[in-house]
Design a protein around this ligand. Structure first.
Ligand code: GDG
Length: 467
């Protein structure tokens, strides 16, 4: 069997697994076998040197390189997170483009390619993750690499009108076409990508599953990421009696818990969510003293100005809401910016009556799936889900809201708190089925099946023939 090589910006080094161990490492657990290799940045900044360091754990090799301070700033902070992240989340107003950052982004992709090419065997399957590495395949091909190269984008993809705002968009899109397989969470991202390709590049034979570019077939697939639903459900049952869950339960004094868990990121819609909670208490006074909202918002990308501004805005909003509604024995909005261990989190999800997931844009949003998996199927809570999370394409039995409308979120909170058991059971059963059907392991199997098969699919639906 061919060896799998994963490439991502950061590598979850076994020596560094902290309280947030999870993310990609959990999603890819099923694909990683003894013998697999994971390559990426070590997370360390040191005077530019491209030495590859190797660590091994449970038969899996982890290969890393360091970045220099200038590479870190230009590639990671400025271009990947200051241009591509806001663009891909439809936030053009937050894009801060500088040509030298783009050059740094390209240079780090070349540096990654040099290191990866030196590690590859001829029949390795290479699976590259996320927007930090759009041009990696082009750089690898330039070095003569002929392996099957796959790419998965964890964020949304934008329609042509937005992509045009990216200077050198055509160059970026062309570079992506050096991959054999490009995966997206949803049909709408796949469609947006194909629309961009059709409008911006000279491609031929474009169809719903891909196109021909430069004499090669590029496959564009939909492969929604998921979680280990069974494992998370079991963890939640166990954690329901953990000391932390008991402490949380006790602190609620019988009140309902509304819970949000997100990275502290402007894409997650936290400002609107806090405003919505204030509206709930203003519009429906009967919920005062009856519900406590806990927001866990792990700090993220703190070096960036837009994240610092967001944090100040949230601090202000929490102060406003609590100042207005708190009573001597009830604080309506609890807000923490430190992380919580994954097992502890599972217990918190289980006892939450409302799971609040209201991003303004989100590739998928795994929290929504974790919340569903953690519920007690005989007395489940209610998921409130943004229509702009990828998860909404599938989890249609949640209370779907427009996250830009604080009143709509507040009304959904009210509806969720008042929802009779029969309706909660019906909605949860349907959601559970979806979460159990689109698991992390299915995600990996689907992607690898596409990556392994080099047959050019027969176009079923021809949308356009370019000359
Ligand atoms: C990107 C895309 C896409 C959060 N706080 C803590 C904690 N978490 C965990 C959650 C969940 C994960 O982090 C967050 O995943 P999301 O999917 O919600 O969001 P992003 O981090 O933005 O991930 C997203 C994802 O990639 C996968 O493709 O779904 O759209 O933006 O698992 O539970 N975990 C712990 N402590 C915390 O305080 N342990």
């Amino acid at each position: 069997m061919a060896r799998l090589v994963i490439v991502s910006n950061r590598v979850p080094l076994p020596s560094e697994r902290g309280p947030r161990a999870g993310g990609l490492a959990v999603a890819l657990a099923d694909a990683l076998r003894p013998g697999s290799l994971w390559f990426g940045w070590s997370g360390r900044r040191s005077a530019a040197n491209a030495d590859v360091r190797l660590q091994r754990s449970e038969g899996i090799s982890f290969a890393t390189i360091d970045l220099s301070e200038a590479e870190y700033r230009g590639f990671y902070v400025s271009f990947a997170n200051g241009v591509l992240w806001p663009l891909l989340h439809f936030r053009l107003g937050l894009v801060e483009y500088r040509r030298e950052d783009y050059e740094a982004y390209r240079a780090v992709n070349r540096k990654f390619a040099d290191a990866v090419a030196g590690l590859l065997r001829p029949d390795d399957l290479v699976w590259v993750h996320d927007y930090h590495l759009f041009p990696l395949a082009e750089e690898l091909r330039r070095l003569g690499v002929r392996n099957r190269l796959g790419f998965f984008l964890h964020t949304p993809f934008v329609p042509p009108a937005l992509l045009h705002a990216l200077p050198r968009a055509a160059e970026m899109l062309r570079a992506m076409c050096a991959f054999d397989v490009i995966g997206f969470h949803t049909h709408s991202y796949q469609r947006a990508f194909l629309d961009c390709v059709r409008e911006i590049l000279p491609v031929t034979r474009i169809h719903e599953g891909g196109f021909m570019h430069d004499g090669r077939h590029v496959r564009a697939i939909v492969d929604p990421i998921g979680i280990d639903a069974k494992g998370f459900a079991e963890a939640a049952v166990q954690a329901a009696d953990s000391p932390e869950t008991l402490r949380l339960r006790e602190s609620l004094s019988g009140r309902a818990l509304a819970l949000g868990v997100d990275r502290l990121d402007y894409s997650k819609g936290l400002v609107n969510r806090f405003e919505a909670f204030g509206r709930l208490l203003a519009k429906y006074p009967k919920h005062r003293r009856q519900v406590s909202f806990l927001q866990i918002a792990a700090r993220s990308r703190e070096e960036s100005g837009s994240y610092q501004r967001l944090r100040r805005e949230l601090d202000r909003l929490v102060g406003d809401t609590n100042g207005r509604y708190s009573e001597f024995d009830w604080v309506p909005l609890r807000y923490m910016t430190t992380t919580v261990r994954r097992q502890v989190l599972a217990g918190f999800f289980r006892i939450a009556r409302l799971g609040i997931v209201t991003p303004l844009r989100d590739g998928m949003n795994l929290v929504a799936k974790e919340y569903v998996a953690a519920q007690d199927p005989t007395d489940p809570g209610v998921l409130i889900l943004s229509s702009f999370a990828g998860a909404a394409e599938d989890l249609t039995d949640a209370l779907i809201v427009n996250p830009f409308d604080a009143d709509e979120i507040a009304d959904a909170m009210h509806e969720g708190l008042a929802m009779p058991l029969s309706e909660r059971l019906r909605r949860h059963a349907a959601l559970r089925e979806r979460v159990w059907d689109t698991t992390a392991s299915k995600y990996c199997a689907t992607f690898l099946a596409h990556l392994q098969s080099d047959e050019t699919p027969v176009p079923r639906l021809r949308l356009q023939v370019a000359s």
